[in-house]
Ligand binder design. Structure first.
Ligand code: FAD
Length: 405
């Protein structure tokens, strides 16, 4: 049975999700002369872009390369990333005369507002003739038996197209419209998923650290955080329940429940030789004052309380035995703990996992099982590090699919 679809709801390509990936795909497909509609349940376009990068959208990273991405198949992202490189998006940004700057580590941000990036994409869509259908609930996507055309059942009736692109993103930040729609749809079509978890997220302390460190909220330090042999040199921030800050968010991408996290609280200066030198100089200063020259005082004081026998603190540094000093310094350079969890989707910047890349063509993003069905952006099991990598994946995968839909 065929569905009654009006001409006005019949397209070559229907894209579900008006985020970065969906709009990039729409621009490219429409430039090829395809009739394209972008459907979204939100009343507003690109809501996640607007909150990204603290409102300035870290829209790419000049160093984007496959090693910055986490996936069951680390090779999958290579093809799209090599065809749509950061300079191609930078050229679009420059062409639209958006002022931008590099903040650090190759991360490019708008000087003004993330709205500039939304305007760039919407303008590209409008120029190419893309139709936006917002404030629309998607009930289901079907491919009637023997048909090459998909039927998309919505609160505005049935839409039809031979190509349907799923660009509905991940689960992070439900309050700006994130849903698990793309994962449910993949499941219904028998497409395998890699389990999803919140990532680029803070850690929640287990009971012991929560009790030991509850007074530390608000303290930050430049550190090296290591998880599963991957290390990041950036800031950490103690929160009321655990740890946040860029180095923690990065480490969370590599963390699985039960894994330890190791933090070098003093990456710049090897503490033991520094203290032994002070000892030789017969320094009279109290240990905590000495160490506070190198580390935030609140970290110094708390770690001394927790990790040095209080009796030793009465002894001048010149007489302090070397063994406990050595153990204390080891703690400062390799503080190890097992987080209870990450904070969760209400705060996480991304969802790790998603549509299994074995199910997709890395060239076109099309499903191998369901011809005409495409998955792009965050819904796919390709997750970038913090720093503009996730948008670069959204642009690259959107661009790649846009050449074929
Ligand atoms: C706070 C925050 C800050 C971030 N900052 C950065 C940054 O600066 N740089 C960076 O690279 N990455 C950043 N990220 C990650 C980045 O935003 C995402 O990886 C990226 O937006 C994914 O793009 P997407 O197009 O795949 O999905 P999204 O941008 O999430 O778009 C999905 C679209 O699908 C729609 N949708 C969802 N469910 C349904 C449904 N059931 N029916 C209809 N429509 C639906 C949504 O309304 C949305 O418009 C940040 C994320 C967060 C949460």
């Amino acid at each position: 049975m065929t569905d009654p679809v009006s001409d006005s709801q019949s397209f070559d390509v229907i894209i579900l999700g008006a985020g970065g990936a969906g709009m990039m795909c729409a621009i490219e497909a429409a430039k090829r002369g395809r009739r394209v509609a972008v459907l979204d349940h939100s009343t507003k376009i690109g809501r996640k872009i607007l909150i990204s990068g603290g409102g300035r959208c870290n829209f790419t990273n000049v160093n984007a390369n496959p090693t910055a991405y986490y996936s069951n198949n680390p090779h999958f992202c290579k093809s799209a990333l090599s065809r749509f490189t950061p300079d191609r998006f930078i050229a679009m940004v420059e062409g639209f005369q958006i002022p931008f700057h590099e903040k650090k580590l190759g991360q490019l941000f708008c000087d003004g507002s993330a709205q500039n990036i939304v305007d760039l994409l919407v303008s590209g869509c409008t120029e190419a003739g893309v139709e936006f259908v917002l404030d629309t609930q998607i009930h289901s996507v079907r491919k009637p038996e023997g048909s090459v055309t998909f039927a998309v059942d919505t609160s505005r009736g049935v839409y039809a197209a031979d190509s349907v692109v799923i660009a509905t993103g991940g689960l992070s930040i439900p309050k700006v419209g994130a849903t698990g729609f793309g994962y449910e749809l993949a499941r219904r079509f028998g497409i395998a998923l890699v389990p999803t978890v919140p990532a680029l997220d803070g850690f929640v302390f287990a009971e012991k650290e929560a009790a030991d460190l509850k007074e530390m909220a608000g303290v930050s330090a430049d550190t090296i955080v290591t998880c599963n042999d991957v290390s990041f040199r950036e800031n950490i921030l103690f929160t009321h329940a655990g740890l946040s800050g860029p180095a923690i968010l990065q480490a969370s991408l590599y963390w699985n429940p039960g894994n330890t996290v190791t933090i070098n609280l003093l990456p710049e200066t090897p503490l033991l030789p520094w203290l032994l030198e002070k000892k030789k100089q017969a320094a009279r200063t109290e240990l905590k004052n000495l160490i506070s020259e190198l580390l935030p005082r609140r970290i110094t004081e708390r770690f001394i309380e927790l990790h040095l026998d209080s009796a030793l603190l009465q002894i001048p540094l010149t007489q302090m035995p070397e063994k406990p000093l050595e153990e204390f310094c080891a703690k400062i350079h390799a503080w190890t703990f097992v987080p209870k969890s990450t904070v969760g989707y209400s705060k996480a910047e991304v969802t790790r996992g998603g549509v299994n890349t074995d199910e997709l063509s890395s060239k076109t993003m099309e499903s191998k099982k369901v011809p005409g069905l495409y998955f792009i952006g965050e819904v796919v099991d390709v997750t970038g590090r913090l720093g503009g990598y996730n948008y670069q994946w959204a642009w690259a995968s959107g661009w790649a699919s846009g050449q074929y839909v």
